[in-house]
Design a protein around this ligand. Structure first.
Ligand SMILES: [Ca+2]
Length: 469
């Protein structure tokens, strides 16, 4: 062999080895990472890309411009814990048996027997982490059995509560776990801390596929923004005043801006690590905004009610190479859908034996006008006393454009056509008794199907009675 030929052969072998190495590295990189960012009590109308002109959410607006925005994304419940139960199981909260938010001393918790969303990712060999609010257990501190996220497939549970979380605790030391040590300079702000933990989790797991569930405690009341940002929003035209402002709330805007900054931090970190193109980034909220401190207009009412303002959420998904930039999906979805969606994406078979109530929205992510074999959604929210935000004991069903709410306290129903009356201002139950009857019967049949009932003490109560927090 001539020197020249030997040289070329060696070059060829070297290039082949290099190519093989690159292919292996590329294959490892092709595993899709998933980052699920959840804001607490964030209503439908708070983001710029959902029409808000007071709050500033440039990073989320950019995410929507680069990904897909959903107009009819529902939460499976109007309050925290049942939403989270549906997210983790893919089942209606009524099937799980968690229909209301869990109290600090609650004997209930997310059952460990059921394969959780995080366990799907574990079955596919992912690193799994959750940061922030869990709210699917009572707490040892309050005398309850405490089942941590780590019992449900999360390798890490970071800044996750060990005590009851109502009332807001946005500055270190955090009352939901006073043992958490400060890590940031100056007066540590909780949303900054959870954002920092998120980018550090991504950095730590950059060499393996990962699932990160970043569950913010904000913008739950008591609202408490960083003072410089609150001042910025208070100076804006049309600003409300103080933590309790019913509209253009400067504290809510200030808190949301830091959540938005976190999304920017995550995107920048993914880009810096070369992971942006194989990471699905999703942003959403767990129930409607609190009507005392914000408006969910054009939707009616808010958190704790089964009017649309209580259960419709912003939802933005960017799945590089799949979701089309700037696309909008108008097909209704519900958060039980994420479990089967990720099971399809991961290609894992675990959890197949249990009933799953959501359906995969992969077809919608590929084509927002795709049709799903499902057109009915159900809610079950029995209460022994009204929620302190005014929500009443009720169930609801949406089928096509029709929505019916059945109030368990009075036995009355309300019927709305959401295509013509998104604000649920015109009750058609009297005009369309046949439609009302059909939907009421379908709701009752569904309750039977998922094995739930309306408890006798939730059928009839004094609506003036106030629930103790
Ligand atoms: Ca919530």
């Amino acid at each position: 062999m001539t020197t020249r030929r030997r040289f070329l052969t060696m070059c060829g072998a070297g290039l082949a080895a290099l190519a093989a190495g690159r292919t292996a590295a590329a294959a490892a990189r092709r595993r899709l990472n998933v980052v699920y960012v959840l804001a607490d009590d964030l209503g439908y109308s708070e983001l710029g890309c959902y029409g808000n002109t007071f709050n500033e959410t440039p990073n989320l607006d950019r995410l929507a411009a680069r990904g897909m925005r959903f107009t009819d994304a529902y939460a499976a419940a109007p309050v925290c814990s049942p939403y989270r139960a549906a997210l983790m199981t893919g089942q209606w909260p009524a099937r799980v048996g968690i229909n209301d938010y869990l109290r600090p001393n609650d004997p209930k918790h997310l059952p460990t027997e059921s394969t959780s969303l995080a366990e799907l990712f574990k079955a596919a060999d992912y690193a799994t982490g959750m940061i922030g609010k869990w709210h699917l257990t009572g707490y040892e501190h309050h005398g309850a059995k405490e089942i941590r996220p780590t019992a449900h497939g999360f390798d890490e549970a970071i800044v996750s509560e060990r005590r009851g979380i109502g009332g807001g605790s946005y500055w270190h030391p955090y009352h939901f776990d006073p043992a958490i040590k400060q890590r940031l300079h100056g007066k540590e702000y909780l949303v900054d801390r959870t954002n920092t933990e998120a980018v550090e989790f991504i950095e730590r797991h950059k060499h393996e596929p990962f699932f990160l569930y970043l569950s913010h405690y904000a913008v739950h009341t008591r609202l408490d923004g960083k003072p410089d940002l609150v001042r910025k929003y208070e100076a804006k035209k049309g600003a409300g005043r103080g933590q309790g402002a019913p509209k253009n709330n400067p504290h809510l805007a200030a808190q949301l801006e830091v959540i938005d900054e976190g999304v920017g931090m995550i995107v920048r970190k993914l880009e810096e690590l070369g992971l942006a193109d194989n990471t699905l980034l999703l942003f959403t909220g767990d129930n409607g905004g609190e009507s005392r401190v914000t408006s969910n207009a054009p939707l009616r009412a808010g958190k704790s009610t089964l009017y649309v303002g209580g259960i419709r959420e912003p939802l933005i998904v960017r799945w590089p190479g799949v979701t089309k930039a700037g696309s909008v999906c108008r097909t209704p979805t519900v958060n039980c859908d994420f479990y089967p969606t990720f099971r399809v994406i991961l290609g894992v078979a675990v959890g197949k034996g249990k009933p799953v109530d959501g359906v995969s929205i992969v077809p919608l992510l590929k084509d927002p006008s795709a049709r799903l074999a499902r057109d009915t959604f159900y809610w079950h929210y029995p209460l022994a006393k009204p929620h302190f935000l005014s929500g009443r004991s009720a169930g609801a069903i949406r089928r096509g454009d029709w929505k019916l709410i059945e109030f368990f306290d009075t036995g009355k129903v309300e019927l709305y056509n959401l295509a013509k009356d998104l604000g649920e201002a015109h009750d058609l139950a009297g005009e369309k008794p046949e439609k009302a009857k059909e939907l009421r019967q379908a709701l009752a049949a569904w309750r039977q199907d998922v094995g739930t009932t309306i408890p006798p003490d939730c059928r009839d109560y004094d609506p003036k009675a106030k629930r103790k927090r």
